[in-house]
Write a protein that binds this ligand. Structure first.
Ligand SMILES: NC(=O)c1ccc[n+]([C@@H]2O[C@H](COP(=O)([O-])OP(=O)(O)OC[C@H]3O[C@@H](n4cnc5c(N)ncnc54)[C@H](OP(=O)(O)O)[C@@H]3O)[C@@H](O)[C@H]2O)c1
Length: 360
């Protein structure tokens, strides 16, 4: 099978590097264009990244000699690829504008950025949870005046450790939850080398993260009405997000109230058997089992469990009844794999499987 040609916008950054790494062995997609700021344009990828390579595997040979293009030269980049992944760091307005400019060149954009997460006709998708939101793309294309160009996004990394669990429990009607997240430093694009102050430290603030943690799950559970996504109104979530000295892996401590009674066994059974279109279609990046439940009292642990299912699965443990809320548990998900580049690649695979991304 001919591979689809992909550009990475923001290829030199941390998320861009993660895209490059994941896609180096991808069966359907091939990175043929790397693009970044004018500072990097014209250099080889290897030169442009220099000592900023943050992955724990070496830079793939196939990209080292690619000459970095300027993200802002939209027509030139778009003419060479079938679609693109976006991980540029610009202002929200600039990102909204440039992603739309790519879509208007008939180049689908699968974005890791938050800029379009609340654009009413842009689907924000976790493929196991709300694949049907991709139907809104037809309305978006009408607005943009495109045939094949559109934008699709994935949600924030912080919600991946609990939103899948609530989805698995929807028949028990979760209606109120408290979520505290303990978030890794790679979520800020950092390693301990460039953020030594985080060693042995905790910072009780991550800009914008609490609102995303509370509101984005509601959009995943929303419905398409009159060509736009209308978010759900329940369960209401209140959240506190804390930066912790961990490289990869966001942990969530969760308390939840359910309208309908359930036993612990039933809740575990719903979690471990929860699957969706990625599993049915056997998409290349799909975890075989999306949510695992760990019985040991000291799990999930970042060191032991963050790479479950290649970093694309969610690990849950410590499910027990609570004296104030109904249930409490701890969830863990990999923030730069399931939560960022891996989640976007899985979205792109589903978009290809549904016929939205094709060869130009
Ligand atoms: N890190 C995460 O886990 C994570 C998770 C979710 C979302 N995000 C979001 O993903 C985006 C990328 O994050 P990151 O951590 O990978 O950032 P990063 O390491 O700072 O990389 C930013 C990328 O954007 C490019 N860029 C910066 N300014 C630009 C400009 N004015 N014009 C064109 N390109 C420009 C950079 O190119 P140069 O190398 O040439 O400067 C680089 O390729 C951000 O919007 C971030 O909020 C990150």
């Amino acid at each position: 099978m001919e591979k689809l040609r992909a550009a990475i916008l923001g290829a030199t950054g941390m998320v861009g590097q993660r895209f490059i790494t994941i896609l180096s062995t991808h069966p359907w997609f091939e990175v043929t264009v790397v693009a970044a700021s004018p500072r990097s344009a014209g250099k080889t990828y290897e030169e442009a990244v220099g000592d900023r390579w943050k992955m724990d595997v070496p830079m793939p040979e196939a990209v080292k000699k690619l000459v970095v293009m300027n993200v802002n030269e939209v027509a030139a980049v778009a003419s060479q690829v079938d679609f693109c992944f976006s991980a540029v760091d610009m202002t929200k307005d600039e990102i909204r504008a440039i992603e739309e400019a790519y879509a208007k060149t008939e180049t689908p954009v699968v974005s890791n950025n938050s800029a379009h997460r609340w654009t009413p006709d842009v689907p924000m998708v976790v493929p196991e949870i709300n694949p049907e939101h991709m139907d809104v793309i037809e309305f978006q294309k009408k607005r943009l005046g495109t045939q094949r160009g559109f934008i699709a996004v994935k949600p924030n990394c912080s919600i991946q450790a609990y939103a899948p669990v609530f989805t698995a429990w929807m028949e028990y009607e979760p209606y109120e939850a408290i979520v505290s997240t303990y978030q890794a430093i790679s979520g800020a694009g950092k390693t301990f080398k460039d953020w030594p102050e985080m060693e042995g430290n905790i910072i009780p603030y991550i800009g914008g993260e609490e609102e995303k943690s509370e509101k984005e799950p509601l959009r995943l559970w929303g419905k398409i009405e009159n060509g736009v996504i209308v978010p759900a109104t329940s369960p209401v979530i209140t959240s506190q997000c804390i930066r912790v000295p961990v490289l990869n892996g966001h942990t969530a401590s969760v308390f939840v109230k359910l309208k309908k009674k359930a036993t612990k066994e039933e809740l575990i059974e719903k979690m471990v058997n929860f699957s969706g279109e990625p599993q049915k279609l056997q998409l290349p990046s799909a975890p075989k089992q999306f949510i695992q439940y760990l019985e040991e009292d000291n799990r999930p642990q970042v060191a032991l469990d963050v790479d479950y299912e290649g970093g694309m699965g969610v690990s849950v443990g410590r499910l027990r009844e609570d004296s104030v809320y109904d249930w409490k548990f701890v969830g863990l998900a990999h923030n730069t794999l399931r939560g960022a580049a891996g989640g976007a690649v899985l979205c792109a695979e589903l978009l290809k499987a549904k016929g939205y991304i094709t060869a130009k």
